[in-house]
Design a protein around this ligand. Structure first.
Ligand code: ASP
Length: 328
């Protein structure tokens, strides 16, 4: 009898070990909640490339599931099988949407297994080239005078561009707010800003740097507390704090998640590969060139990232409540 039990125990151990060893045995899908070609898509695709080798050559494919500021994709991943084959790369929306959407379809701290943070990304306040302003001061007075006639583009309620626009408009206390136009991501919004169909946007440096450099849009300021003095191009733009918006400080971030209930060994394999990718000099440089920065070691861990998101939820709730606009 004892022998049979021992054999049974051995075979259980062998099965779960075999599962972990076999993972991944088919392509892993990284769900991105915004349009292809935009800033979150870019991070996810670079990360997929960098994780491939540490995952033993695994095939990691990106799926764009845009809509509702990222909440459609997040709901999809929260409800997927927790086997490690469906993962989410999302940004600050993971923390913001819970205060913005009164009927949230998932719980950010309960419905996911956190795999770690990826990067911090500053934002830039932009205008179309047709806008009659060249400096931040001109821009602010132009918006004050003409705000009611202008359009502000963003990537949906709870997107980074939406939060930034909301915080900036509430910080400068505009009398007439701009009309907002929601896109499926800032990639299509950027096309319209370049074309002059929309007037203003606040977007991540990972999407704006090359457009500013090519002179396709006008940049007025960065959203970080201090200017980005180490970046060859962005160092020339003042921070909003420098321009008198006391305490304005917005840096967005990305993280990686799986549905709640991933097998521990699968989660560990994914986190190990994520950390290896974040330490890859090529990945680090790809981020720095675009003004972003890979997170510090403590935030690369599941627990470190989860604690950070919890603190962001509290911080953003205050900002969103102050702006007083919600999605029902
Ligand atoms: N991250 C979004 C995108 O990739 C933009 C945003 O959140 O503002 O399009």
């Amino acid at each position: 009898m004892k022998k049979i039990l021992a054999l049974a125990a051995l075979s259980v151990a062998a099965t779960s070990g075999a599962f972990a060893q076999a993972f991944p045995s088919k392509p892993i899908t990284l769900v991105v909640p915004f349009a292809a070609g935009g800033p979150t898509d870019l991070v996810a695709r670079r990360l997929a490339e960098a994780m491939r080798k540490p995952m033993g050559g695994a095939n990691i494919v990106v799926e764009n599931a845009a809509g509702a500021g990222g909440t459609i994709a997040a709901t999809k991943v929260a409800r997927a099988a927790p086997d490690g084959y469906t993962l989410l790369v999302w940004h600050i929306g993971m923390a913001a949407t819970t205060s913005l959407y009164r009927k949230q379809t998932f719980k950010p701290l309960e419905d996911f297994d956190y795999l770690g943070a990826i990067n911090d990304v500053p934002m830039t306040l932009l205008g179309t080239n047709k806008l009659n302003a060249n400096t931040y001061r001109d821009f602010e007075s132009y918006i004050r005078a003409n705000g009611g006639k202008l359009n502000l583009a963003h990537a949906g309620l709870g997107s980074a561009s939406h939060i930034c626009g909301l915080m900036w408009q509430s910080a400068v206390k505009l009398d007439k707010s701009m009309t907002t136009i929601a896109y499926r991501g800032t990639a299509p919004a950027m096309n319209d800003l370049i074309g002059g169909q929309v007037d203003v946007m606040c977007d991540q440096t990972t999407n704006t740097t090359s457009q500013i450099e090519a002179g396709r849009v006008k940049a007025f300021a960065v959203t970080t507390a201090k200017r980005l003095d180490k970046h060859k191009l962005l160092k020339d733009y003042p921070s909003l704090q420098e321009m008198g918006l006391k305490d304005f400080n917005l840096t967005i971030w990305h993280g990686m998640y799986g549905p709640k209930g991933l097998p521990a060994d699968v989660a560990k394999k994914l986190n190990d590969a994520l950390i290896a990718a974040l330490k890859d000099p090529e990945f680090i440089k790809s981020q720095e060139d675009l003004g972003a920065i890979v997170v510090t070691d403590n935030r690369m861990t599941p627990a470190g990232h989860k604690a950070f998101v919890a603190s962001e939820i509290a911080k953003l709730k205050t900002a969103i409540d102050a702006a007083g606009q919600f999605a029902d």
